[in-house]
Design a protein around this ligand. Structure first.
Ligand code: HEC
Ligand code: HEC
Length: 349
């Protein structure tokens, strides 16, 4: 899954070819030039499919929504998934470290939920196979319980049994930790956020500004595309952070994190992370696994420097940031506590 240097160079050389065409001419691009840019770049990406009302309305998705927003389902009775995956941060957290239901800071920065389930593996280290695995493990992690049966007890005490039976009608025992995790994963899969970039890929020439189109071209020409590709612009491979320079020298991180090595103990995994997707990235600051960088423009500069050995001009960095802004979609209306909970409890934050 890891890209080697040769593959990265090859991907770069291919993309560089036509890049110069658009740069400089961007302010006056006519429809045929825009069409050519689309034709050249679209195969490197992909679009986000809008969520349907039917998906949102399934009993499992509705149960998952309750579980995600219910603060009572935690050791301290005050922590929901949404406490660290907040609306105002587009399902991430403005804090570099979040606080668990045990009152302890998380080791790493909270990642966004929107489209997260479509990635090759989950979390910064990629140490969770999928959303079910992630949700099961969060019972004793962020939610603070001693074991999974403690979560099942809490669910029974709070009257969740009927909702589980409706969501899992053929199960001999509907209210289980496995089904808790399943419902959460189903809900999260409905959290998709199409953005202006999708409209542009679908043929709307005005969906991106001239600066954003110049930024798209530079994103490819600079080499970002080697790792941030596909519909999510990332999330599909594991890569070392710090190819040209130790990352902490550029981020100013106070603590050096060993990346995936911490989970696998394999030397080759030192400083390796699952590449984050860039969907909604303009709204999910602070950046990197440790939240060490506050501004997106600085994060872009760090990437160019440590991953590609390049120093971006102010103009190039600003154009790439403008392009990344086009990946911001609307927060789904159902990324909120369901009506049944709004009366039962105070929503987190
Ligand atoms: C205390 C704060 C906190 C709570 C509560 C919390 N999370 Fe997270 N979440 C995080 C942090 C921090 C990470 C990154 C952890 C890592 O990579 O080691 C994360 C990562 C994730 C990811 C991986 C995203 C990706 O791109 O790989 C998913 C999915 C997720 N959380 C879902 C949930 C669900 C579902 C719940 C509720 C059962 C939940 N979280 C509760 C803080 C929290
Ligand atoms: C060789 C692979 C690779 C290349 C090339 C690359 N990145 Fe990254 N990118 C990563 C990895 C890995 C991370 C996660 C680093 C971390 O936080 O541990 C990341 C993180 C980021 C982040 C922070 C995301 C977040 O949620 O915190 C941004 C923004 C970003 N990259 C943009 C870019 C841009 C713009 C370029 C081109 C200038 C680029 N990347 C080039 C692999 C790459």
């Amino acid at each position: 899954m890891q890209f080697n240097a040769k593959q990265t160079r090859r991907a770069l050389a291919g993309a560089l070819g036509a890049a110069a065409l658009v740069l400089g001419a961007c302010a006056t691009m006519d429809d045929s030039a825009i069409g050519a840019l689309r034709q050249r770049t679209a195969p490197l990406f992909g679009t986000v499919v809008p969520t349907t009302a039917a998906e949102v309305g399934t009993p499992q998705a509705q149960l998952g929504r309750s579980l995600f927003w219910d603060t009572r389902l935690s050791l301290d009775g005050k922590t929901a998934c949404a406490s660290c995956h907040t609306r105002e941060a587009w399902s991430s957290d403005k804090r570099a470290q979040s606080v668990t239901a045990k009152g302890e800071p998380t080791a790493l920065h909270s990642q966004p939920m929107f489209m997260a389930q479509d990635q090759v593996a989950l979390r910064w280290y990629g140490d969770r196979r999928d959303g079910v695995h992630q949700a099961e493990r969060s019972i004793t992690g962020s939610m603070g319980f001693g074991n999974a049966p403690a979560m099942v007890d809490a669910l029974k005490r709070l009257g969740y049994e009927d909702q589980f039976k409706a969501a899992f009608p053929s199960a001999a025992e509907a209210l289980t930790a496995a089904n808790y995790a399943q419902a959460l994963a189903v809900y999260q899969r409905t959290l998709r956020t199409p953005a202006p970039f999708d409209a542009w890929l679908h043929g709307d020439n005005r969906a991106l500004t001239p600066q954003q189109m110049a930024g798209l071209d530079k994103f490819i020409a600079t080499g970002c595309i080697a790792c941030h590709r596909g519909a999510l612009l990332g999330g599909d491979s594991f890569q070392k952070f710090g190819i040209h320079k130790d990352y902490w020298l550029a981020t100013g991180s106070t603590k050096v994190d060993t990346g995936r090595f911490a989970a696998t103990k394999k030397e080759a995994d030192k400083y390796v992370y699952r590449v984050p997707m860039l969907r909604n990235v303009a709204r999910t600051a602070p950046y990197f696994h440790d939240g060490s960088v506050a501004a997106l423009e600085q994060a872009v500069r760090v990437m160019a420097e440590v991953q590609l050995g390049k120093n971006l001009s102010e103009r190039d960095a600003a154009d790439i940031v403008a392009f990344l802004e086009s990946l911001t979609g609307a927060i789904p209306a159902h990324y909120s506590p369901p009506p049944s909970l709004q009366t039962a409890i105070a929503a987190p934050r």
